[in-house]
Design a protein around this ligand. Structure first.
Ligand code: SF4
Length: 305
């Protein structure tokens, strides 16, 4: 993809989604949560009010140009450096895409605004929605997700349940587990009980393999995470990138590498896997002065400055 897009990134290869074109509709870093585990860093704008943060016509223009010039992706994903449902014209944007292409649309959301009918109505237009739940009560919710004032665990849980009842597409749910925070068996059981009430089609377990917002957050070991999959109904699957899974080869550019790192800090090996190239091909792009290194678990992760 040419470097002339402000709101689109990728397509990036994803194990679960295939080639995913990302759309980022919130400025860095606008979110209703300030999760201790966030890979984008700390939230600078903690809000629940929706807004037209980016000019609707500009992002439509980018999507139109991309469809004309490339248009090759397995999925179009609303994700990036904040909470996409905070964008007040998200529903219109999904309509815009669906009127022009058959590529499925997925929204990755923290689920905080799903207690609002208007937000649920907009998300119903997507093909897949992924929400999250990593706490089991209001105390753990405040500690882990550090929500915007006024948000409660019960409210988020009720919104996600309500959405499930209305949504005919596939609903995925991500649980982020951290050692010493929410990964004790009795804590995971409580999270699993709350998740079961939402009835997602798939459950993904993630952990802090990549550098999180708070550097003292520790990942759960792969074996333990795998053992915890069976606590969930339906059985969860581990999505944390502990291991190597080659993606399809994608032509590299400095902007593509930067776009990916901006949203997900990564090691050189992970970047090579993501792009389906060997590490030597990635190395020159990592000299970029806009990048810095953070060592985590003995591995050097590249982050944006
Ligand atoms: S992990 Fe997601 S929901 Fe949590 S602060 Fe980061 S962007 Fe927001």
């Amino acid at each position: 993809m040419a470097a002339s897009y402000k709101y689109l990134f990728g397509p990036v290869p994803s194990r679960r989604l295939g080639r995913s074109l990302g759309i980022d509709v919130t400025p860095f870093k606008t979110c209703s949560f300030d999760c201790v585990f966030c890979q984008c860093g700390c939230t600078t704008k903690l809000v629940t009010e929706r807004g037209e943060f980016i000019v609707f016509e500009e992002v439509c223009d980018e999507i139109g140009r991309w469809l004309k010039a490339d248009g090759q992706a397995d999925v179009i994903t609303f994700a990036g450096s904040g909470e996409p449902t905070l964008y007040s014209r998200l529903g219109e944007l999904i309509d815009f895409i669906k009127a022009r292409t058959a590529i499925p649309v997925i929204v990755l959301s923290n689920g905080t605004l799903l207690h609002r009918i208007a937000v649920r109505d907009e998300l119903l237009r997507a093909d897949k929605v992924k929400v999250s739940l990593s706490a089991w009560d209001n105390e753990s919710f405040q500690k882990i997700n550090r929500p915007a004032p006024g948000l409660s665990f019960e409210q988020v849980l009720a919104g996600e349940r309500e959405f499930r009842a209305e949504f005919k597409g596939e609903l995925w749910l991500e649980v982020f587990l951290m050692e010493g925070v929410n990964a004790r068996p009795e804590q995971v059981k409580k999270i699993a009980a709350a998740v079961a009430g939402i009835r997602p089609d798939k459950i993904h377990l993630n952990t802090a393999v990549r550098p999180p917002a708070e550097t003292d957050i520790q990942p759960v070991a792969k074996e333990k995470l795998e053992a915890l999959c069976g606590v969930f109904t339906p059985r969860a699957e581990v999505i944390a990138s502990f291991s190597t899974t080659a993606g399809s080869a994608i032509k590299l550019s400095a902007e593509k590498v930067l776009d990916l790192i901006r949203r997900h800090p990564a090691t050189a090996a992970q970047l090579a896997q993501n792009f389906g190239v060997d590490p030597a091909t990635v190395s020159p792009f990592l000299e970029d002065p806009r990048l810095q290194i953070e060592v985590r678990g003995g591995e050097a992760y590249y982050k944006c400055r």
